[in-house]
Write a protein that binds this ligand. Structure first.
Ligand SMILES: CC(C)(COP(=O)(O)OP(=O)(O)OC[C@H]1O[C@@H](n2cnc3c(N)ncnc32)[C@H](O)[C@@H]1OP(=O)(O)O)[C@@H](O)C(=O)NCCC(=O)NCCS
Length: 428
């Protein structure tokens, strides 16, 4: 690992400290060869003062146990009808899994508790079918869970609950994670799944809005596994109502938890409420990050070099696109008065981090800059570009003009720079 990686990681630590993360494990994930290292990563989170509650599913283990006992399951994910035989197999498989998990966590010197913290009722009759031993979570005992978390204990919540009459009911683990997150005001749910969420070209889907996650969960074709659909549905419910981020990560990947949480790009899918990104005014404290972000493009001659002092002097002209609290792009708007008193604006310093390209951020920053230019009294926006002129022409409707059209002081600087940029403009 490089020192700069460490710096990148440490920037998240203050923002995560004392926060509650709900980690929901698929039963299949607990069978993977790398499961031990996943638990170690949970220990790392705890050591950073992140409070972790663990939820797990048991579909695979329930299926296996049913097979050895020759029992036909009425459902294996706690969402449909749970008949008596299915409940018995599920309860046995879940108890075994609970003690395995507690043993594994204890071996890592983590302190755990298996609390009876869910008040559950039978789900009742849905669409004309009595779901029998399937439960619905009514209430979460948040006070006792918060006390445990404060004490440094990891609550482990199996997908089972008990109603006031002492009846055992089967729950869906995605729903347990959701109810916990709501009750504990958690910052994140991280669903560790047996696979990641991919698009039709088998590329990872890095981010999804609540609306997109909801739509995707409704997909009925073979490309959408019911277990993934359930995660997407619960993720959309969570992110749509107060849980700032929900992540779905592929548990088969090494170090997936840490890589998802402590890198800008992540390795899984993040479902976010729609306002997770913002373009804001740059601050003096942003300058080092801006300079380091832009370094590569300056080296490639796509951006003109700028010094710290140059940015500082015109800091009110600079804007930062922030994702999840981290700067990933920038743009500047400089205003000039022409001899005929017309006001024009220069769009400059447009940059999007390599890891976030092709997600519409460039266009968003240009549109924002144009709006800012208008607000600052300009009717025309111009820019100088060496490598992105086609982007501006094809995506944003700019046209090439002669350098003669530049404001005098800008034209002098242009000639002096020798960069031979193309000059483009657009009426706004
Ligand atoms: C130019 C830049 C800001 C675009 O950012 P972005 O967030 O990737 O842009 P968007 O996601 O909004 O748009 C991507 C689209 O523009 C196209 N595009 C991006 N850069 C391009 C370029 N230099 N020339 C032509 N097309 C380009 C992409 O192919 C993509 O097209 P598609 O939607 O048809 O697939 C980014 O590539 C960058 O930071 N480049 C280095 C710095 C630079 O050149 N800045 C301009 C200084 S004037």
């Amino acid at each position: 690992m490089k020192f700069e990686d460490l710096r990148g990681i440490l920037q998240y630590v203050p923002q995560f400290r004392e926060r509650i993360f709900i980690i929901a494990l698929d039963g299949a994930v607990m069978r993977l060869p790398n499961f031990g290292s996943l638990l170690q990563d949970i220990a790392v989170l705890q050591s950073l003062s992140i409070q972790v509650a663990l939820v797990f599913g048991a579909r695979l283990q329930i299926q296996e146990l049913a097979l050895t006992r020759g029992i036909k399951l009425s459902n294996d994910d706690g969402m449909g009808l749970t008949d008596q035989a299915t409940l018995e197999v599920s309860a046995d498989a879940i108890s075994r899994l609970t003690s395995e998990l507690v043993a594994d966590l204890t071996a890592l010197e983590l302190r755990v508790a298996v609390p009876n913290a869910l008040a559950v009722h039978p789900a009742g009759v849905i669409d004309g079918i009595d779901l029998e031993h399937t439960g619905r979570i009514e209430r979460v005992d948040d006070r006792s869970l918060l006390a445990m978390l404060k004490e440094g204990l990891i609550p482990v919540l199996p997908p089972l609950g008990y109603d006031g009459r002492g009846v055992t009911l089967r729950l869906n683990s995605d729903a347990v994670a959701l109810e916990l997150a709501w009750a504990l005001d958690a910052s994140k749910i991280i669903y560790v799944s047996e696979e990641g969420l991919l698009d039709e070209n088998q590329h990872r889907i890095a981010q999804l809005s609540v609306a997109d996650a909801r739509e995707m969960a409704k997909r009925k074709d073979a490309s959408m596994d019911p277990s993934m659909a359930s995660k997407l549905r619960h993720a959309a419910l969570a992110a749509g109502d107060g849980v700032p981020r929900v992540h779905i990560v592929d548990g088969t990947q090494e170090e997936v938890l840490l890589a998802e949480l402590f890198s800008n790009e992540g390795v899984g899918t993040m479902i976010h409420a729609d306002d997770y990104q913002q373009i804001r005014k740059a601050k003096i404290t942003d300058i080092p990050v801006l300079l380091s972000m832009m370094r590569q493009s300056v080296e490639d001659a796509a951006l003109a070099p700028r010094t710290k002092e140059q940015i500082q002097k015109r800091i009110q002209d600079f804007f930062v696109l922030e994702l999840d609290g981290n700067p990933v792009g920038t743009v500047a708007v400089h205003v000039y008065e022409m001899p005929d008193k017309a006001v024009v604006a220069e769009l400059a310093c447009l940059f999007v981090r390599r890891s976030h390209k092709n997600q519409g951020h460039g266009r968003r920053l240009v549109a924002f800059a144009e709006e800012t230019a208008k607000q600052r009294g300009a009717s025309t926006v111009f820019l100088l570009s060496t490598q992105a002129s086609r982007f501006f022409e094809e995506k944003m409707g700019y046209v090439e003009v002669s350098p003669e059209a530049l404001p005098t002081e800008r034209r002098e600087a242009y000639e002096k720079s020798g960069r031979n940029s193309r000059v483009l403009n657009k009426r706004v």
